[in-house]
Write a protein that binds this ligand. Structure first.
Ligand SMILES: [Zn+2]
Ligand SMILES: [Zn+2]
Length: 133
């Protein structure tokens, strides 16, 4: 579950800000604490959100990940893997998005918050067909 700003250099969390952050209206997955943060993240020099926003949206729509509620690790993860496993194109898309989100985590390594939605995280068995890393 994303409970912090997804801009690479921002350290704001729901806890520090005392409120929830709005999701990007494009992908409906990553959250940003403010419009300036979204704007900075969109054009970030190494990890621009614009590079994955449409991919994330397509992935969310085609794997039926919910837009209007938090992801449920148990239910949504399995549905995500099942959808990816049934479609090579989706697997490639998931790998693309996964690499980007992993890079974002590394960029925020000093922050112990987990950045990416649970459905994108490897389970005990790894990503299976959804993963190449
Ligand atoms: Zn987006
Ligand atoms: Zn922020």
């Amino acid at each position: 579950m994303v409970r912090h700003c997804c801009a690479p250099e921002c350290r704001e969390t729901f806890a520090t800000a005392g409120r929830a952050f709005a999701r990007c209206s494009g992908c409906g997955i990553l959250r940003y604490c403010s419009r300036p943060c979204l704007t900075r993240a969109w054009k970030h020099p190494t990890l621009p959100h614009k590079a994955v926003c449409t991919k994330l949206r397509v992935l969310r729509e085609r794997t039926n990940l919910p837009r209007d509620r938090d992801l449920d690790p148990d239910r949504d993860r399995q549905a995500f893997f099942d959808a990816c496993g049934a479609d090579e194109g989706l697997t490639a898309l998931a790998q693309d998005c996964g690499k980007h989100l992993l890079a974002l985590i590394i960029a925020r390594r000093n922050n112990s918050e987990v950045l990416i939605p649970d459905a994108f995280l490897p389970g005990a068995d790894g990503y299976g067909k959804c993963s190449s890393y």
